[in-house]
Design a protein around this ligand. Structure first.
Ligand code: PYC
Length: 324
């Protein structure tokens, strides 16, 4: 059967790209978003690879498949994915999705509920174009987890859920500076591999696949902290990573360093900033609110010529075991 062209909108959120698949995607049924994400992973991985891998994409690309929602009162559903698999959640991608939907005239300023595989989130598109996302409940799963990392000795950090499962390291590893991108990537990848080798996972066997390294901000007047975040496909997040920042807020809350309603400005490695706060939830978790800006910067139709050997992308060499 001939594959229909895909219509995609490109944007970047504080530097990190999002590619929204607006139409032409596969029929995943009308079940809950987690079920549809499973069908997408198992039966339609070609779309993920066609959108995120070369020659159309690159390792940092995050895709967002626009779907009909399952949950009532949502404006849409979404499945996020990257160069290696699906992502349970993506905040920079949500900000990119909202700005893309506004660009298409599908939504206007105001509050919008969005259905995702890990729960309903709310995105507020403000008059100034910025977007605040109220994320899924986030929490610290473990504090002071240590592991031996070759060449670095004992590395200690916290494990926290912010829509993706993150390991947060503060003050160890290479200095968090743009000039150290390669060293930071090598360090974070070693940490990630060590978790794999030692079989250390989060609650329910979920893979710890976002590694974050924190350091002081370039300018304390503009941010409270600067991070480097290595995503599951070995690409660093160009933005401050919204799920990683949600995990950070959960750790700050758990250690009593930040209280509900207080502001946290998280800079990423490009010194772009997410402005954040959180609410306490009755079960001890928090609801992070992360705001940032995105810009639409492209729009395409993808064609799939049967003679093109790379119409479904060049498979990545990065090894990854999807856990959700
Ligand atoms: O902003 O949550 C995020 C994110 C996850 C992976 C890349 N960006």
């Amino acid at each position: 059967m001939k594959q229909a062209p895909l219509h995609v909108i490109d944007s970047h959120t504080e530097g990190e790209p999002t590619r929204v698949v607006v139409s032409g995607g596969p029929d995943l049924g009308l079940g809950p978003m987690a079920e549809r994400a499973g069908i997408f992973r198992e039966q339609h991985d070609w779309l993920r690879s066609a959108v995120c891998n070369e020659p159309r994409g690159h390792d940092a690309m995050v895709g967002a498949l626009l779907c009909e929602p399952y949950e009532p009162d949502c404006c849409c559903g979404v499945i996020f994915f990257n160069n290696v698999s699906t992502l349970p959640m993506c905040i920079h991608g949500t900000i990119g999705l909202v700005v893309s939907l506004a660009h298409l005239g599908k939504i206007t300023s105001g509050s919008h509920r969005i259905d995702t595989p890990v729960g309903v989130i709310t995105a507020d598109l403000r008059a100034d174009g910025s977007v605040e996302v109220a994320n899924v409940p986030s929490y610290r799963q473990a504090a002071g987890v240590s592991l031996e990392v070759p060449g670095w000795g004992t590395v200690t950090g916290d494990v926290a859920w912010g829509g993706n499962l993150c390991f947060l390291i503060d003050g160890q590893g290479p200095a968090v500076e743009f000039a150290n991108l390669e060293a930071l990537t090598a360090f974070a990848w070693l940490v990630r591999q060590e978790f794999g080798k030692q079989g250390v996972t989060g609650d329910g066997g979920v893979e710890i696949d976002h590694i974050e390294v924190f350091g002081p901000p370039a300018d304390p007047a503009l941010a409270d902290s600067r991070n480097f975040v290595l995503c599951p496909g070995k690409a660093y997040d160009r933005s401050p990573c919204g799920t990683g920042t949600s995990a950070k807020l959960a750790c700050l809350s758990a250690s009593g360093k930040l209280r509900a309603g207080e502001s946290w400005r998280q800079a990423g490695i490009l010194d772009t900033v997410f402005a954040c706060r959180f609410e306490d939830l009755p079960d001890g978790k928090i609801r992070p609110r992360v705001s940032g800006r995105a810009w639409v910067n492209g729009e395409s139709r993808y064609h799939f010529h049967p003679s093109d050997p790379f119409r479904y992308g060049i498979p990545t060499h990065i090894q990854h075991t999807p856990s959700s």
